[in-house]
Design a protein around this ligand. Structure first.
Ligand SMILES: Nc1ncnc2c1ncn2[C@@H]1O[C@H](COP(=O)(O)OP(=O)(O)OP(=O)(O)O)[C@@H](O)[C@H]1O
Ligand SMILES: [Mg+2]
Length: 353
């Protein structure tokens, strides 16, 4: 706080005492400061922009590793995009939950390009996790598959019930649940990302000129048929993701986008235990209920899905934990010591001290 007082140039705050101090601190109304983000490396290029690992620089040697998503110039320039993107970013700014990638800041560069600063997750997304299994010819253990999806359900349950500062329900629906938007850290934490962004993006770029958010092979039937969605629309793709982790394939995916959407709407849903015998009746029942096309017959909330998955996982006693998933991730990707690559190693000792 003394540093702040110097920054705002009020010398009388320099050596405050007791109650007087509290009163003066409360008088500080606004702090203006420029934050510098230093890009360290490109993590990936997505449809909307490039995601970087970056350092957020502060006073002294302060540096914090963050992820920065720099939105493509061509999108940043479109007023409709700006409106939707900023609107959605505002909506999710206060989503603070261990199973959600936190948004720290929304900014514009000096050339008007939007960027979003997020919590950095050291690890991989679920798509990369599945690809690694395919390469190694291995299946994901059933309990870990259920654990991963239960953590996503946990994040969703929190977001779906989120209210604003005056208590109004925010009616947040993710609309783009899929393996690329689920991050898995080397410490075993599972985090959902890109909340609400799908809406901003897809509102403009739909071939049919209709509003449809999300990717074809992960749509809920109501999204695929252009109906108005509610939070239950996130539970169908959550079921798809669970089956994809268990089978290493999305049964609805077709090379033809329209066909994928048709599959979502009408393809007979298989019995998953016939595709992987370790899927028992209890798990089969949970999956089938997530994948009910009639949303009134589906689970009615992410909290219900979470409850059922946790009963499945833990009713027998000990079940999977973050620690177990973390150890599995590190072994899978052969990471010995998860280290933050943005923090340089200490300099070698001086040979002539
Ligand atoms: N906060 C983060 N920390 C670490 N890596 C991240 C973070 N956010 C995203 N990523 C990585 O960057 C990749 C690109 O993200 P982005 O959201 O731009 O595209 P995508 O989700 O892969 O695909 P799409 O273009 O369809 O959205 C993600 O797949 C993920 O692996
Ligand atoms: Mg994404």
């Amino acid at each position: 706080m003394q540093q702040i007082s110097r920054r705002i140039g009020n010398d009388s705050l320099a050596r405050p005492q007791g109650r007087d101090w509290n009163r003066r601190v409360a008088a500080v109304k606004q702090l203006l400061n420029e934050i510098t983000y230093e890009m360290v490396r490109t993590i990936a290029e997505g449809g909307m922009g490039i995601v970087y690992e970056a350092n957020q620089l502060g006073a002294g040697q302060f540096r914090k590793t963050v992820a920065v998503k720099l939105i493509r110039e061509e999108y940043s320039a479109i007023p409709e995009f700006q409106k939707n993107f900023i609107g959605e970013a505002r909506l999710v700014a206060d989503l603070i939950h261990t199973n959600i990638v936190q948004t720290y800041h929304l900014g514009t560069t000096d050339v008007g390009q939007y960027f979003m600063v997020m919590e950095y997750v050291g690890g991989h997304n679920v798509e990369q996790f599945l690809e690694k299994h395919r390469q190694l010819g291995r299946q994901v253990p059933v309990d870990l598959a259920v654990f991963i999806v239960s953590r996503v359900a946990r994040g969703l349950a929190y977001a779906h019930q989120k209210r604003d500062r005056v208590g109004n329900h925010l009616n947040i629906v993710h609309r783009d649940i899929g393996p690329k938007n689920i991050m898995m850290g080397y410490e075993g934490d599972v985090k959902l990302t890109d909340f609400g962004i799908a809406k901003a993006f897809n509102l403009m770029y739909n071939e049919e000129g209709k509003v449809i958010a999300g990717k074809d092979e992960y749509l809920s039937p109501e999204q695929a048929s252009y109906a108005v969605t509610d939070a239950r629309a996130d539970l169908f793709p959550l079921g798809i993701v669970l089956t994809e982790i268990l089978l290493l394939k999305n049964i609805f995916r077709s090379p033809d986008r329209t066909q994928s959407r048709r599959n979502i709407l009408s393809m007979p849903i298989p019995r998953f235990s016939s595709l992987r015998p370790e899927i028992d009746e209890r798990l089969e029942a949970i999956i089938q209920k997530c994948l009910k096309r009639d949303r009134d017959a589906r689970y009615q909330s992410a909290a219900d899905v979470l409850h059922e998955l946790e009963v499945y996982l833990y009713s027998g006693g000990y079940g999977p934990t973050n620690e177990k998933l973390g150890a599995y991730m590190r072994a899978l990707f052969e990471v010995k010591e998860p280290r933050n690559p943005a923090i340089p190693p200490p300099p070698p000792p001086d040979p002539n001290p």
